[in-house]
Design a protein. Structure first.
Length: 622
């Protein structure tokens, strides 16, 4: 395997950041105060936030067209989405700060989404089309006081696109690309993505309707001498409607239907070793929701309610069919006292059902309170508590305390922050009553997370921050013939570093590095060292180019032929992206080349990874 010196690249990135600090004063690129939402559910300036919130803007999404949502999120600090570099239909592992899928909560437009029939009770990002997304915010660390069960290592808050202010607008996107391995660079068109959207506003009524599809063929999930192809196909339909009944009252509704089908490889009898098979996996989810909101002086009252229906089927030697339903209602009141105290009090209700041999279900009813204090002398405090009332496990209290202090510094600020938070993760229905390894006697998992960090931010285009984290898991749910609670606690700690700077006019660098270490316990496929860097340049108002780099360090995986752990080698990937706009910026042509040097590596032992691939795209906005 080819090796690239990650430390040389990191030194280059740090030297570029230092150069940026010298150059910023000459660029005079004044930036507006960045606003973050997810860590408090209020629109607050970043300097008043006690977290290092990752914000993926609309512009960044547009500069990554052709990628999937998991590929984009996988470039951020503290996050490893395993499976995103392999065959399109591979399962995705959300390894955030050494955690796993059941510790990550996904929100879509502020509403919790998950699948109660699946082992981790998570939301499958393979269902989503990045082209329907407006922005993404990610907070890492425990956030259970605001978001409840499962929000232990991260909350991924996805905001979908909104209707334009025009009477009618439309957009069309198409991407054609290759899908090839390191050993078969045929450059055939094997990846096709399309998305069309119609939206607009008529007086007090707004509407948006979109349809997308994606088809990918060309490679096998299993790495073998004579691989067969494992195609992936997905369809997305979305409708959003909104109406302002008055200046104070508005209501919105949505409907979405997402479905994908993929060929998969498995462990056929009698050898039960991983190999090319004709297995298939189908996942389908329909969601409907309502969100009325009433504004009043200094506050607002809002209800987010949604119903989801899920159907999944695995066709293999171990075929299963899963049906699930969930109802989620989050009613909350926000109120601001004297522009200093930002308060939110609410009740979150969830009703989850899944069909196994019989229909199983559980409910939770969680009252919660969170307060943010923003002083005029730099002190900020975010604190809250939540009472998890679970139908199977009774009442469990979680809380968080997150102080920060910022001081003005060189047309920006310096901020020091810390936090202590607890989380509650109830076993899912599949772990309690499912088809494989079910154990109705499982206890809930509990997490305690400590963070401490520093951030420097210059409004002219320079930001750098570092944070230390330490998370202790009690009653960790593991699989050993059946699901069970681990006899010993697990501890994961690490450090994250992020930097971004406008090096010179129109030239921007972003870099991050994550160190993750398992002090007690064992974690598979979690790299101890991971780094990302991006260099973007606007040649003009219409032309943009970027080069992106990712290093993933060695990590442990299991060889299921003998159930022995093995060490996977580190790897480095380079990508290029170029776009040009035409006809008053209404038409954009773009291209990308991923894994430029055709690095050959394993992401998951025995699974195929993508070699050098090329995408060509067209985006029209009317």
């Amino acid at each position: 395997m080819k090796k690239l010196n990650v430390f040389g690249v990191l030194c280059f990135g740090i030297s570029m950041v230092g150069f940026a600090q010298q150059q910023i004063d000459s660029t005079k690129v004044e930036q507006l105060d960045e606003v973050v939402v997810t860590d408090s559910r209020f629109k607050l300036k970043r300097e008043n936030s006690g977290k290092t919130v990752i914000k993926i803007s609309k512009q960044e999404i547009e500069n990554n067209q052709g990628r999937t949502i998991s590929e984009l999120i996988n470039t951020k600090s503290g996050i490893e989405i395993n499976g995103s570099r392999s065959a399109e239909g591979n399962n995705l592992g959300y390894y955030v700060r050494g955690g796993n899928n059941r510790q990550v909560l996904v929100l879509i437009d502020g509403i919790q989404v998950n699948d109660p029939s699946i082992v981790a009770n998570d939301f499958d990002l393979r269902l989503l089309d990045l082209n329907t997304v407006e922005s993404i915010e990610i907070i890492k660390g425990a956030a259970s006081t605001l978001y409840g069960n499962a929000a232990a290592t991260a909350v991924i808050n996805i905001t979908t696109k909104k209707a334009s202010n025009e009477t009618i607008s439309g957009s069309f996107l198409t991407v054609v690309g290759t899908n090839q391995t390191q050993d078969d660079l045929n450059y055939n068109g094997s990846s096709f993505t399309n998305n069309v959207s119609v939206n607009g506003s008529l007086n007090k009524f707004s509407y948006l309707a979109s349809f997308g599809n994606r088809y990918v063929d060309g490679i096998s999930a299993a790495k073998s001498e004579n691989p067969e192809k494992d195609p992936f196909s997905r369809y997305n339909s979305n409708v959003k409607l909104g109406y302002e009944l008055s200046d104070a009252f508005e209501i919105s509704a949505f409907f979405s239907h997402d479905k994908f089908k993929t060929d998969i490889d498995g462990f056929p009898a009698p050898t039960y070793t991983f190999a090319d098979t004709n297995d298939k996996y189908i996942s389908e989810q329909s969601r409907f929701g309502l969100a009325p909101k009433f504004d009043y002086k200094n506050g607002s009252f809002q209800v987010n309610a949604a119903f989801s229906k899920i159907n999944r089927e695995t066709i293999s030697d171990f075929s299963t069919t899963n049906e699930a339903e969930s109802i989620v209602v989050d009613a909350f009141n926000k109120y601001v006292f004297d522009n200093e105290f930002y308060t939110i009090v609410g009740v979150n209700y969830g009703d989850y059902k899944s069909l196994f041999s019989t229909e199983e279900s559980f409910t939770n009813t969680d009252p919660y309170l969170n307060v943010v204090y923003v002083s005029d002398f730099g002190l900020n405090l975010n604190a809250g508590g939540r009472l998890n009332n679970h139908s199977e496990y009774g009442s469990n209290f979680v809380y968080s305390l997150n102080p920060s202090y910022s001081v003005p510094l060189n047309n920006g600020y310096a901020k020091v922050f810390g936090s202590y938070a607890t989380s509650f993760i109830a076993p899912n229905l599949s772990q309690l009553f499912g088809f494989f390894g079910a154990n109705p006697d499982l206890e809930p998992e509990e997490n305690k997370t400590i963070e401490a960090g520093l951030e420097l931010n210059n409004k002219n285009g320079f930001r750098v921050n570092g944070v230390y984290f330490n998370r202790k898991e009690e009653n960790t749910i593991i699989y050993a013939a059946t699901y069970e609670n681990a006899a010993t606690n697990a501890t994961v700690h690490g450090f994250e570093f992020e930097a971004e700077a406008n090096v010179i006019k129109n030239l921007t660098i972003n870099a991050n590095y994550t160190f993750t270490e398992v002090k007690d316990g064992e974690r598979l496929r979690v790299p101890k060292h991971k780094a990302n860097a991006s260099l973007g340049y606007n040649f003009s108002k219409t032309t943009y180019a970027s080069v992106n780099y990712q290093f993933v360090g060695s990590r442990t995986d299991t060889d299921f032929s003998n159930y022995q752990n093995v060490e996977l080698d580190s790897f480095s990937l380079f990508d290029l992206y170029f776009s040009h706009k035409l006809i008053k910026n209404k038409v954009k042509l773009f291209t990308s080349v991923t894994n430029i040097f055709n690095e050959d590596y394993f992401e998951i032992l025995g699974y195929t990874t993508k070699g050098r691939n090329v995408n060509l795209g067209l985006n029209i906005n009317l």
